[in-house]
Design a protein around this ligand. Structure first.
Ligand code: NDP
Length: 328
């Protein structure tokens, strides 16, 4: 794994350029402010809405997206992934000239060919591994937040220099900018969502249903499963102490139970299920399905949400949220 730190990156290539941050939401606001504080000239491209007002309050020049794309040398496409294709087609594609750079914070649209930039521009990715709020707060605190960096298209021969300068400007090289590819970043991200966290979420929900069906108090079950923050702490400890080694923080009964029953609850054959999810992602099958869903007006997506919010776990978690959610 190749990790770039502050000393590996030079901000200067960016200081001669104008960075146009397209979209002033989670990532847009954090990255624009960090780049500004690093001495980079930043303009914001946005539709006239609350985001545009926020960017003006933060002191930025806000322009219609096409105008910002025309003026900017490095364009940071920081609008929701499912909207990027249309905004790119309507307002950005026509403004791309040789020497310009198109930057993404997630590889989806490039990986699945939803956006096909012309060969004359550089296409890079600086993808923070944290939400925008943390990207900003950690920058202000001096620590910075890690990010993936990738180059998909290097028309200028300087795409890596630009990517690393951008990573430095938002504070990512303070913590570590990790080299990857658009394909790897996208595929792992989707796999985590569709296999890893799909399984974890589903396991928690099925645990809730089984325990409640067996007569346990729903509110206590929700508290035990995730409401007390113990589960969150276990994940934090995995990152801090180690995946297995954090187990020593629990009782021996807990350790023995988890070791001995884990493979029975989720046998190795589950890998086949996970591989099928990965195959669906890699073949573009999931991306095609998701695009059909969007074009149809999100009928299944809305139904999933309706079902989710009708589940009894929502009511059961309320006392825990009131008790343990304070101060967050
Ligand atoms: P947000 O949902 O915060 O939205 C970003 C901006 O896009 C907002 O200013 C929003 O305006 C604007 N917008 C929405 N619809 C349109 C439209 N039709 N035309 C023009 N602008 C529009 O996005 P994120 O910051 O969460 O995501 C941006 C990118 O960063 C994505 O590629 C995402 O995958 C990536 N990323 C996000 C992370 C995160 O912290 N969430 C972490 C790492 C990567 P308004 O508010 O008015 O709707």
């Amino acid at each position: 794994m190749k990790i770039y730190r502050d000393e590996d990156a030079d901000l200067r290539p960016l200081l001669e350029k104008t960075v146009a941050v397209i979209g002033y939401g989670n990532q847009g606001q954090a990255q624009a402010l960090n780049l500004h504080d690093s001495g980079v000239r930043v303009i914001v491209g946005s539709v006239e809405d609350e985001s545009a007002a926020r960017a003006r309050r933060d002191g930025f020049t806000v322009l219609p997206i096409a105008e910002a794309a025309a003026r900017g040398d490095v364009l940071l496409l920081l609008i929701p992934d499912e909207l990027q294709r249309q905004v790119y087609r309507d307002s950005i594609r026509g403004q791309l000239r040789p020497g310009k750079t198109l930057d993404f914070a997630h590889g989806f649209n490039i990986r699945f060919g939803w956006i096909k930039p012309p060969p004359k521009v550089d296409v890079i990715m600086v993808a923070p591994r944290m939400i925008g709020h943390s990207v900003r707060q950690r920058f202000l605190g001096g620590a910075g937040s890690p990010a993936y960096v990738a180059v998909e298209q290097d028309a200028s021969g300087h795409a890596w220099r630009t990517a690393l300068a951008l990573a430095k400007g938002i504070g990512a090289t303070r913590a570590g900018a990790i080299e990857t590819t658009f394909a790897q970043e996208t595929e792992i991200d989707l796999f985590m969502e569709q296999a890893t966290f799909a399984a974890i979420d589903r396991t928690l929900l099925l645990s809730f249903e089984v325990l409640v069906e067996e007569g346990f108090d729903p509110e206590l079950v929700a508290l035990e499963l995730y409401g007390s923050y113990e589960a969150a702490e276990i994940f934090a400890e995995m990152a801090h102490t180690g995946f297995f080694r954090q187990g020593k923080l629990h009782s021996q009964t807990s350790q023995y139970g988890t070791f001995s029953r884990g493979p029975v609850v989720l046998p190795d054959s589950f890998k086949r299920v996970m591989r099928r999810r990965l195959a669906d992602i890699r073949s573009g099958r999931f991306a095609r399905e998701w695009r059909r869903e969007q074009e149809a007006g999100y009928p299944n997506f809305h139904r999933y949400w309706e079902d989710a919010l009708a589940h009894p776990i929502n009511a059961a978690e309320e006392p825990g949220r009131a008790l343990f959610g304070q101060g967050r």
